[in-house]
Write a protein that binds this ligand. Structure first.
Ligand SMILES: [Zn+2]
Length: 170
């Protein structure tokens, strides 16, 4: 089965050549992501740069950027935010090896490498991880919002809210 829009690459080759692939993925083509958005128009830019990391492993850095609209938890309206994520990965050759790796808190995450690695899915996953768990407007428009401010007083800390939108998960 092919989707026609799938972005794949040979991660072994990408790492060895320290090459980079980049492009745009339409939000509407990423079903799991767009299901969590208020608007599926637009696209995310991605850039995956191959490398051999300091431990000699085939690795890559992925950057994902773009504006999205999530839904406000208080009023249900659209909240504009920017995704700006960077993550490091290294690649292992088979499932067994992946399963044997100890879980540590190193910033690089191991992934099962492939000659037809699904870059599109990885981009989508990173974008989903970047979404806030409970997005909210600093100040909701409309009457229903005024009665439901939340425990922290809503509008008292606009910059804190902005910061939490910007720095999402890590
Ligand atoms: Zn709201």
């Amino acid at each position: 089965m092919t989707t026609g829009r799938a972005v794949t690459c040979d991660v072994w080759d990408l790492a060895r050549r320290r090459a980079c692939i980049e492009g745009e993925l339409a939000l509407g083509d990423m079903r799991r992501l767009s299901g969590q958005l208020a608007d599926t128009a637009g696209a995310l830019r991605y850039r995956m740069s191959g490398m051999i990391d300091e431990r000699g492993r085939p690795a890559a850095r992925l950057e994902v950027r773009g504006p999205v609209q999530v839904r406000c938890d208080r009023c249900g309206g659209a909240v504009q935010m920017g995704i700006d994520e960077q993550a490091r990965f290294y690649f292992v050759a088979d499932e067994d090896e992946l399963g044997r790796l100890p879980i540590d808190d190193a910033p690089e995450e191991p992934l099962l490498g492939s000659r037809r690695f699904d870059v599109g899915s990885l981009v989508e996953e990173q974008a989903i991880l970047a979404l806030p768990i409970s997005p909210r407007h600093d100040e909701c428009a409309g009457a229903s919002a005024a009665t439901d401010r939340g425990p922290d007083g809503g509008t008292q800390r606009p910059f804190a809210a902005l910061a939490s939108l910007k720095k999402l998960r890590r």
